[in-house]
Design a protein around this ligand. Structure first.
Ligand SMILES: [Zn+2]
Length: 348
């Protein structure tokens, strides 16, 4: 683990490609408590004397500018906008579509912006994705491509869907009370997979753009499981493996302390119905149907992300005939709820 990641509560705010190595990525992280940016490039990692302006590198400086382009004179240095879109136009854009394909379930209004700027005379292309969720939170993902390695939109698909999509999904999970989900992933392409597969990187989950044909031998089912495990992180994934569900607190029905228990088949074969609790009581089952023929892990993550990003829309597709009394899918044996639900207020 890079030094910048040790001991802390960090969020990925930008992935920036090395100017000298294609698809080698530095991650600019923000410390939640101090607001301090860090980077895992050598310059930041080995710079010990920080000076008056604090520890920085060229990557944290550009990230700072891009995060707050409205701040006066700095706006120019944050690069020239080359494309902007919001609403339907943004949702239809190739880069946004790829992101939604990689992270199905994320619901809300998308917007994006592309800028160009030079870092140390090296041309860079910045893609900023923004999602305002139906649940009322906002999330952003920012990726900086070295233009020489990524000259076209098509060449940026995997990087945007991987890095920006990951950051957005992580932001949303954090807003929904899952602070442990979406820890910054390892670099992709430079990650060496270990024999036991414990150290997953973005390359192990991407299924869009030029990352499809990695020749890594993963089946779609394995890739979906990797995605779930990488995104949830060790602690939450272990919890899901142990208890076979995660609870999502409702934003829309907060007054009745509604909780969705998003369950997972221990054998990872079948979709389980979501158990709905109000004021701590198990009252209903919801059947959220798989949209397409996707792996079971994919479907579980889609339901999870849908509920934490756009609860209203998720419920709107559950028809009356997909709402059942409790225990409606206890096919083999009655599955009692032994772990109480804990509702937590989510501030929208
Ligand atoms: Zn750096």
């Amino acid at each position: 683990m890079p030094r910048s990641l040790a001991h802390g509560d960090y969020r990925l705010i930008m992935a920036i490609e090395s100017a000298s190595r294609a698809n080698a990525w530095y991650r600019v992280l923000i410390d939640h408590h101090s607001g301090q940016l860090s980077c895992d490039c050598p310059a930041w990692t080995f710079r010990q004397n920080t000076g008056a302006s604090g520890r920085s590198c060229k990557h944290t400086r550009i990230a700072q500018l891009l995060m707050r382009p409205e701040q006066g004179v700095n706006a120019q240095r944050a690069g020239l906008p080359v494309e902007r879109a919001r609403g339907a136009a943004a949702a239809a854009h190739h880069l946004v579509q790829a992101t939604r394909q990689q992270w199905p379930g994320l619901g809300g209004r998308w917007s994006f912006e592309q800028r160009t700027s030079a870092i140390d005379n090296e041309p860079y292309h910045f893609v900023l994705l923004h999602l305002t969720t139906g649940n009322g939170t906002t999330a952003t993902g920012l990726v900086a491509f070295a233009r020489r390695y990524h000259p076209t939109t098509e060449s940026m698909v995997a990087g945007v869907a991987g890095w920006a999509g990951y950051a957005i999904a992580a932001d949303i999970a954090r807003s929904a009370g899952y602070a442990l989900a979406g820890q910054p992933p390892e670099h992709f392409k430079v990650t060496r997979r270990t024999a036991n597969g414990r150290h997953l990187g973005l390359a192990d989950i991407l299924r869009v753009g030029d990352q499809i044909d990695l020749g890594d031998g993963y089946t779609p089912v394995q890739r979906a499981e990797n995605t779930l495990r990488l995104f949830l992180g060790d602690s939450l994934y272990t919890q899901l493996e142990r208890q076979h569900f995660l609870d999502v607190s409702s934003v829309r029905y907060a007054q009745e302390r509604r909780v969705y228990r998003v369950r997972r088949d221990p054998n990872k074969q079948y979709d389980r119905r979501v158990r709905l609790f109000t004021n701590g009581q198990y009252v209903q089952d919801l059947c959220i149907v798989r949209g397409q023929d996707v792996p079971e892990a994919d479907h579980w993550l889609t339901v999870f992300l849908s509920l934490i990003s756009d609860e209203e829309r998720t419920l709107s597709v559950v028809q009356q005939y997909n709402i059942f009394p409790p225990h409606s899918d206890d096919y083999y044996q009655r599955e009692e709820e032994t772990i109480p639900v804990v509702w937590q207020a989510i501030s929208a």
